[in-house]
Design a binder for this molecule. Structure first.
Ligand SMILES: [Zn+2]
Ligand SMILES: [Zn+2]
Length: 303
């Protein structure tokens, strides 16, 4: 079972050009059909969750543990063929044993979840802190649950209020649509002070970055995990004057086991985010569904 995300859509539409022809798809759970020589970590028939990035293992970044930053990193479904197929080939180190008793559909979002597990870890959130999540897409709805799991109170901020009922159901203490009023006062009201302690930005737009900086309190932390491709105008005067810490967070290093554990323990609920399901033979419909406003995560059943 595979999940479809914005990256796949960009590859499919050509907005994000890659070396075609390519089989896209990088979020998946499956059974091992065959193993190569010397493989010891997985066996045929094992159910595995795939970590779809692998690094060179030899450069200074890899050797110091920053394998997510490796300049020679390979992304499955982007650099090499991915999972929108009956079978996919990945290195054994990309295979994590699926926790017993947890359905494929629940594990389908382990990959995006690992992204936000890292982002929240980089914010060093403490229990009782106030946090804002910018963006109500898959990453935002996962981030709010990870923050809740760490004991934070979470305000979800989004351009649209469409996902607010679901965000509340998943544990957001409050929600705020950008058009509903100034973000600074929303953050002050929510936190009971100058702004929230922590902001996790997941929307990946230039506006979302400035929203994050508006929501945070003096001395607070902002972690950016969306990928804004256009430049953002940031008034660094206010970053310095308010001593705001801004951190980037790129995919994941060692967060896959924790992400699977958060799903297995029920701390993070993912099934509510799967809004559409298609067979592999209807992949065109799956891409079309991804663009519909009501869609959150489209699942593709590849077998
Ligand atoms: Zn993705
Ligand atoms: Zn490397």
């Amino acid at each position: 079972m595979a999940g479809l995300c914005g990256t796949d859509y960009g590859i499919w539409s050509g907005e994000r050009a890659v070396g075609y022809p390519l089989v896209p798809g990088h979020e998946f759970v499956g059974h091992v059909a065959a193993v190569g020589l010397g493989v010891s970590r997985v066996r045929v028939d094992d159910r595995v969750v795939i970590e779809p990035n692998y690094s060179c293992g030899a450069c200074p970044l890899c050797r110091e543990g920053n394998r997510n930053l490796c300049l020679a990193r390979t992304a499955v479904g982007i650099d090499v063929d991915g999972c929108f197929a009956e079978v996919a080939r990945v290195p054994e180190r990309c295979c994590w044993p699926a926790p017993a008793g947890v359905a494929d559909e629940d594990l389908l979002m382990t990959e995006p979840l690992a992204v936000v597990v890292r982002a929240v870890a980089r914010a060093t959130v403490r229990a009782g802190e106030s946090a804002a999540v910018v963006g109500g897409g898959t990453l935002g709805l996962l981030a709010l649950q990870v923050l809740r799991g760490r004991g934070a109170h979470v305000l979800l901020v989004s351009r649209s209020s469409r996902r607010f009922p679901l965000a509340r159901e998943l544990g957001a203490a409050a929600t705020h649509a950008v058009a509903d009023g100034p973000l600074a006062s929303a953050a002050a009201t929510f936190s009971g002070r100058e702004g929230v302690d922590v902001v996790i930005e997941t929307a990946g737009t230039p506006e979302a970055v400035s929203h994050a900086l508006t929501l945070v309190r003096p001395g607070g932390r902002v972690v950016l995990t969306g990928l804004p491709h256009e430049p953002t105008s940031v008034t660094f005067f206010s970053v310095v004057r308010r001593e705001v810490t801004i951190a980037g967070s790129m995919i994941y290093q060692d967060e896959f086991p924790e992400a699977m554990q958060l799903v297995a323990s029920g701390t993070v609920r993912t099934r509510q985010l799967v809004t559409h399901r298609f067979g592999l033979d209807a992949i065109g419909e799956a891409f079309a569904a991804h663009r519909r406003p009501e869609s959150i995560k489209v699942a593709v059943l590849t077998a």
